[in-house]
Design a protein. Structure first.
Length: 202
């Protein structure tokens, strides 16, 4: 996880921003590599570590979210979903013959209680943050967050801060390597295209 690309989440005034960097190795099909996942309309996650492990856990979380919606006729709350992921990760630390999941998540979403940004590590421990980063640039990124994150920042300010951190922590400078998603006050998950990111930076 510490060797993975810088992965971060930011709480802004009306929602959550998730961001990371995709590899741009020659011949790789960039669109086929998913590191930011939509779990439900109002919640998503960004992964650092083994993406195969991430895919399995995200699929389980998606099923749980849909079962909750069908059973209770309302969207699952962000903390409830994070606890489900954390419980599954913690279970793998208890059973002989199983290895812990080699991935950490930053889970972000907007529900009736507000915006939440929750980290889940391989032990299953959950922490809620206003802004947080994982991966090889986490040390630098979290120092920048301490200096520059402010309550009530706009979505444009969040995008600019994310791009500043990625520029300082990643060797890859190509804009098309940056992957971002926003969950706004309307509770809708939306991936940002490169054109969207450029507009936000103006």
């Amino acid at each position: 996880m510490k060797r993975g690309a810088t992965t971060l989440g930011i709480v802004f005034k009306d929602g959550i921003l998730l961001a990371t960097v995709k590899p741009t190795t020659a011949l790789i099909v960039n669109s086929a590599l998913e590191k930011i996942f939509q779990i439900d309309d109002h919640v998503g996650a960004v992964a650092a570590g083994l993406l195969a492990d991430a895919r399995v856990l995200i699929n389980q979380a998606r099923v749980r979210a849909q079962v909750h919606k069908i059973t209770y006729e309302e969207p699952i709350d962000v903390w409830g979903l994070a606890r489900m992921i954390g419980d599954r990760m913690q279970y793998s630390t208890l059973i002989a013959g199983l290895r812990p999941f080699g991935v950490s998540f930053i889970i972000g979403g907007v529900d009736k209680t507000g915006s939440h940004l929750i980290e889940s590590d391989p032990s299953g421990m959950l922490f809620e943050w206003h802004a947080y980063a994982l991966g090889r640039g986490a040390l630098v990124a979290n120092k920048i967050f301490k200096q520059k994150w402010k309550e009530g920042m706009s979505d444009k300010e969040a995008v600019k801060l994310a791009m500043e951190i990625i520029a300082k922590t990643e060797k890859e400078k190509k804009e098309d390597a940056v992957d971002m998603a926003i969950i706004g006050k309307d509770g809708k998950f939306m991936k940002l295209s490169q054109e969207d990111i450029k507009k936000e930076l103006k």
